[in-house]
Design a protein around this ligand. Sequence first.
Ligand code: FRU
Length: 481
Amino acid sequence: ALPTPHWRPRLHFTPPAWWMNDPNGLVWHAGRWHLFYQFHPHSRVWGPMHWGHASSSDLRVWQDHGVALAPTAAGMVFSGSAVLDAAHTSGLGSAGAPPLVALYTLHDEAAAQAGQATFQHQALAYSLDGGGQWQRLPGPPVLPNPGTPGTRDFRDPKLRWLPERQRWLMALAVGDHIAFYSAADLRHWVHESDFGAGLGAHDGVWECPDLFPLPTPEGELWVLLVSLVKGGPAGGSATQYFVGHFDGTHFHADPEGPGVRWIDHGPDNYAGVTWAGVPDGRAVFIGWMNNWDYARELPTAPWRGAMTLPRELQLRRSGAGPGGVWRLCSTPAREVQAGLGPVLWQTGDPAEALNFALQAAGGCAWLTCQADARESFSLLFDNGLGDGLRVGFDAVDGVYFIDRRLAGETGFHPAFAARHEVPRWAAGEALTLTLVLDTSSVELFADEGCSVLTSQVFPRAPWGRLLCQGPVQGLRLQALG
Ligand code: FRU
């Protein structure tokens, strides 16, 4: 018999029990990072969707608050977003105490089963106590499905305040495109524009959009995230992005670019969006660390589904001039880094102490290394039970890789055992890499976050040995804290 699984992550958010998918309602409010999530509180498989709720003061330690919104006779509570209505535009609550307002997709499964054309609408809920209790706005959904051709999938509203227009913007996934709506009061929505039909990847329907500005040395640019269920670079679900300009009503993608761009080339980063209301304006992102291909089969218990580490997003230009391309780069949020534990081993320390350091860290670690991009190297983790996880750089193909084929439990789905890679985006000989190894995941951030791989792994015991193959120059191992 296998040992009892110990796959509860240390740093990554998981619900105490049951099924979780997309992050929802990400809003910073009164010193706390609120994280709502698609939740089925009676089962480890997807079902009638609720919003679960957790919050954190530091993006490291999460307090779970249980169910925030449950399905009603009108339908399930699908993905959506939340904002602080600071100017009290909605008229909900009182002027002295502005409400948190969430828009979510009301999914009427009975109507879908009955073959009706419209079964997804946008509905409003609000909280007057900072996110604890939620009331639904009485009456019909604030944005009913128009029922025109192509609006069968009509979901995942993401809200943003547009100061220039003094209006709210909603980005909404509508089958093969993103629709933008605006409202002065979060309740009366007007269609502004559509983006994306014929652009980007379309192997699955578009889901979970997010549109936000980022500063660059050349001025502000806007990024549009779009998730799609299948057709990702590692197989199955993934999140693509577009870079361009937003004029208040329309998003215009820059024509430049090598085709489809992905925020993460690994198999396990889906439906991610950014927090609203972050005081310093950073774009702080979190994704569902999973893939619809095998999410229902994961061997974890009593929960199923985890989030990625919270990440900060930035734009960097790779290559100058007309050949240059904006890359959306992700690095672990500074809050996560601030709480790391002590350095347990670094290059120069006795070689034989490396394994003890990894064991002292419980097989979980924050690893950084430098290497020479002209030579291949790999880090091989093993646990004495024959499980091996290999992570590294292939200088011949110019790719970083994570190979989880032999990394423990893989048999629960045929798509799981695989090697994934991401092209190196940086040029030059100096290569830097950060690896975040948690109980059941590994995240690789290279080239200042321009090359990213996120991968779940289920070793049958914690990693206890680390073998470096090839010239790894400066290796440092820190406890996750
Ligand atoms: C994305 C998604 C969303 C939907 C939700 C339902 O993973 O399919 O489009 O709102 O999950 O749980």
